[in-house]
Design a protein around this ligand. Structure first.
Ligand SMILES: *[C@@H]1O[C@H](CO)[C@@H](O)[C@H](O)[C@H]1NC(C)=O
Ligand SMILES: *[C@@H]1O[C@H](CO)[C@@H](O)[C@H](O)[C@H]1NC(C)=O
Ligand SMILES: [Cu+2]
Length: 198
């Protein structure tokens, strides 16, 4: 039965949260709780639009709150540089304590045009800090700002709802449920085969 307890503990820590766009630094669920950036170093940069971009990801916990911050820098920002400038979403609101639900999430449309230093060609690092049942988790994305970078599809911005992140999460619930079911089934099979051995 000790093996079963271990198995259950391992499955509940699975993934925490991931970022799908823009490209994030390496994801390691075991170090995602280490700030800044889940203990990952500066990586390859992708292009991010100055206006109309968004940060997308997947949450593997029922609920969480998220802070989305940006540091305009050519080098890997230090822990104390993050959390000073939050990306403006929904017409200027700072993206702090954004409520997320399990499944896909989206920051909503980001307008960096009034952020100091956010000019064409500037390098920056975005950090998403998620507070959830197992603590505070970090993920970073290294970008180069560009007016020409592809803008997020209009559907994801959910303009006017005041909570783009929560609103867009509903659409993806089914996917998450089915993958959770898949995980549950896998666990059941693992448990069944263990009982068989015993
Ligand atoms: C998120 O930002 C808010 C507002 O600045 C701050 O009070 C809170 O401590 C931040 N949360 C984390 C986990 O950094
Ligand atoms: C941004 O970073 C890239 C390498 O990641 C570098 O080649 C480029 O010169 C930097 N841009 C600026 C404006 O410093
Ligand atoms: Cu977790």
């Amino acid at each position: 039965m000790q093996a079963l307890a271990l198995l259950l503990a391992a499955s509940s820590a699975f993934a925490h949260f991931t970022i799908s766009s823009p490209k994030s630094r390496k994801f390691d669920e075991d170090t995602e709780n280490l700030g800044p950036c889940g203990n990952q170093v500066l990586g390859a940069r992708s292009q991010f639009p100055i206006t109309g971009g968004s940060i997308k990801g997947d949450l593997f916990h029922p609920t969480a709150t998220a802070n989305f911050s940006i540091v305009i820098s050519n080098t890997d920002p230090t822990a104390s540089q993050f959390g000073k400038v939050f990306v403006p979403i929904d017409g200027g609101k700072e993206a702090t304590n954004v409520a997320l639900k399990q499944g896909s999430f989206d920051s909503g449309s980001i307008d960096l045009s009034k952020v100091s230093g956010a000019v064409e060609g500037a390098n920056a690092t975005l950090q998403v800090v998620v507070t959830t049942t197992d603590g505070i988790l970090y993920q970073c994305m290294d970008v180069t700002l560009s007016k020409d970078a592809a803008v997020a599809p209009a559907a994801s911005s959910a303009a006017g709802t005041g909570n783009a992140a929560a609103a867009s999460a509903t659409g993806a619930t089914t996917t998450t449920k089915s993958s959770a079911m898949g995980k549950g089934l896998g666990l059941l099979i693992a448990v069944a085969s263990m009982l068989f051995v015993m």
